[in-house]
Design a protein around this ligand. Sequence first.
Ligand SMILES: *[C@@H]1O[C@H](CO)[C@@H](O)[C@H](O)[C@H]1NC(C)=O
Ligand SMILES: *[C@@H]1O[C@H](CO)[C@@H](O)[C@H](O)[C@H]1NC(C)=O
Ligand SMILES: *[C@@H]1O[C@H](CO)[C@@H](O)[C@H](O)[C@H]1NC(C)=O
Ligand SMILES: *[C@@H]1O[C@H](CO)[C@@H](O)[C@H](O)[C@H]1NC(C)=O
Length: 456
Amino acid sequence: MPVYSISHVENVRVCVVMVGLPARGKSLISQKIVRYLSWLSIKSKCFNVGNYRRQIATMPIEVDAKFFDPNNEEGLKYRQQAIDLAIDDMMRWFSDEQGVVGILDATNSTRARRETILKLCRENYIEPMFLESFCDDQDLVLQNILDVKTTSPDYVSKPQDYAMKDFLQRIEYYNQIYEPMDAVTDSELTFIKLVNVNSQIILNRIESYLESRIVYYVMNLHIKPRCIWLSRHGESEFNVTGQIGGDSNLSTRGWRYAKKLPELVLKSLGPDAQHTNLTVWTSTLKRTQQTASFLPYKKKLQWKALDELDAGECDGMTYEEIEQKFPEDFKARDDDKYEYRYRGGESYRDIVIRLEPIIMELERQENILIITHQAVLRCLYAYFMNVPQHESPWMSIPLHTLIKLEPRAYSTLVSRIKADIPAVSTYKEKGTSQLGESVEGMSSKSRDLISASAES
Ligand SMILES: *[C@@H]1O[C@H](CO)[C@@H](O)[C@H](O)[C@H]1NC(C)=O
Ligand SMILES: *[C@@H]1O[C@H](CO)[C@@H](O)[C@H](O)[C@H]1NC(C)=O
Ligand SMILES: *[C@@H]1O[C@H](CO)[C@@H](O)[C@H](O)[C@H]1NC(C)=O
Ligand SMILES: *[C@@H]1O[C@H](CO)[C@@H](O)[C@H](O)[C@H]1NC(C)=O
């Protein structure tokens, strides 16, 4: 049984309506909210009006800045068609696919337009929540245009300086009719207004629990470039004997990895190594702290939330022993590894719940190195890489490998550095108690990780 599904608790549906001029990071925020909520098992989806516009195949006119001139009737007609398509799709998704949080990623620059969507939501018992990204810091806007807009599908075959100029003109057209959200005029509406990312945040009439989760999440977002490094602890004595759980010391090879880790981190930092102070997070278990013990960074934090999945009564057993002693449990876990909870222990879903504060803190922080355990790493990785829940428990995260994640506007870049120190495989395939790797039946994201480990 799911223990954590807001939709079941409240039976609430929310339509987040994005508001703001182009190049204010609306799409980025929308996608992050969807990734975060999906990771928490809350069904959510983004409906991007720009994508619908690009799909109107019959559109005979060129899409340059003039298309967005509020006096361009033909442009208006197609833009209206795109928004209608997006809204129809979203409403169908709410009703036919039991969607919980739909995000309408459009500009919604005038009050009259916001009124239409408000009415539609109310008629369908969906809570409308407006999320405005307001930004008058020109440097931020220009940076955003450079980061994402000049690579937008609208400008694929165009030179960059043309794209920049045309895009600024497009913003100007929107600006002519733009009416920002306002605490007085819009006092009846539920809205969040982010001013210059999060230097100021205005909240109005946030009512449901689900809305307040979204608020809390967007309040913690920042856009400073940074990286996150992930590593499992070095091979432990229990890994050598094939036992799970416990609080054992590192094996000899595990200690070798710990000694090598500072070098791997420097290599991964590259030319920035001298100027970067990482913060190191470990669990409260010995094997992660021992793995971090040679790192030169002063700031080290222990988190109970990063401890390994609690195997309850199976703690200290090998998979073979579990298969013999609790055959039904062994099978139940293979059948649904995400939901299966060890007797007196935890499931993957339980880990996701206890990791939520870690994710919030990670969003707030800059460069962090996390040394933790296989199951916990799988869940963290799934958040950043958007790996589906039924796959994440089966991903193989190799021992003795440093993983670097670089969050970018629309994706996260991954790179790995292997320590070249042998370790036992601790990967257990479905349907067996033997350890070893396989690559079938996975999405490309989780497959990547496995093949990277299998090549050693
Ligand atoms: C949201 O904004 C778009 C683009 O400005 C507009 O065409 C649309 O009508 C707005 N949504 C609604 C339903 O008012
Ligand atoms: C590696 O060993 C630790 C105990 O030291 C254990 O918690 C962990 O589950 C092991 N990994 C696997 C997947 O066997
Ligand atoms: C782990 O190492 C410490 C210090 O070397 C030792 O005192 C302790 O007994 C070891 N623990 C286990 C479980 O082997
Ligand atoms: C890193 O932190 C140490 C100790 O806190 C400090 O002495 C050092 O100057 C910092 N280095 C940089 C590049 O910030």
